[in-house]
Design a protein around this ligand. Sequence first.
Ligand code: ZN
Length: 358
Amino acid sequence: MPYLNITEVDSAVTSLATAYPATSALIDLPEPSVEGRICHALRIGSAPAGTKDCAVLIGGVHAREWGSCEILVHFAADLLEAYATGTGLGYGGTRFTSDQVRTIVDELELVVFPLVNPDGRRYSQTVEPMWRKNRNPANSGGDPARIGVDINRNYDFLFDFTQAFAPSAPVQVSADPASEVYQGPSPFSEPETRNVRRLLDSHPRTRWFVDVHSYSDDMLTNWGDDENQSQDEDQNFLNSVFDHRRGLGNGTYGEYFPKDDANDAVDLAQQFCEAVRGVAGRTYTPKSAFHLYPTCGTSDDYAYARHFADTTHTRGAILGFTVEWGDRAGGFHPSWREMERNILDVDAGLVQFCLTAI
Ligand SMILES: [Zn+2]
């Protein structure tokens, strides 16, 4: 089986909803993509919607990271099929019992959105394999080299990076439309980003958020702007006293991560990595996103930032994670044979993540 094209990803999602009506349902995302494509997510769970804590999993954000869609489609299909047939799941040496499968589907609500950026994936699969962004021409001035926004820099987290970060911080973001990490003109300027926000808004019991990317064999936790610290709650992204000081990782600043949440995040990331290792021995590394490189406007930090920024204090905390599957040797488009191994690795990790979360 080769990589799925965008029609096939969407039909896989809709087919699962049709095949497993007792445990899944199709979610229509409110906004079409820039090029007018309708997007779908899949809700998984045997309990009535809204009655269990929820994990939202997204993929297909960066267009060239093809396998993320397949990882999430297989994850959903595996859980739904195993639950329906009363069987367990095996991923190489990592195995889950039928009781564990049942616990996940009965005790969690899962929202799986495998293809956030259909326009970008289509362009990557048919024209320019290394394309990363969406295909929004609005800020290009008619120059094809300036098309597109990096969806994973377009969320509302320290968006004004020239103010938030130290001038010398190597933050991976740009206000130049020609850049691969162009953030867009304003937070949530892109329909693809707004669709993800809608999933979080419409599932208020969301407690975990996972964005599936490639590549570096990592499981990243919050935060991405600087080192984490749990001692000083005044050192946080909302506090302008620390503007022009973030992103150096030298102790000048540390993003506040309350200890209980930090411990939970590390435990979830470690157990994900242990399950991956059990499949065929591959080593994924749990670490905070800053240790990949400093960022702002990313989905995982936005997800966790929401409850800190909520002045009504009604939102629960959502721990944010980014999977970076695969390694440099495989690159963004590993052979399908290699991709099948990546799917086993990451899906074992995601199933364990769900079990640990409950
Ligand atoms: Zn990515």
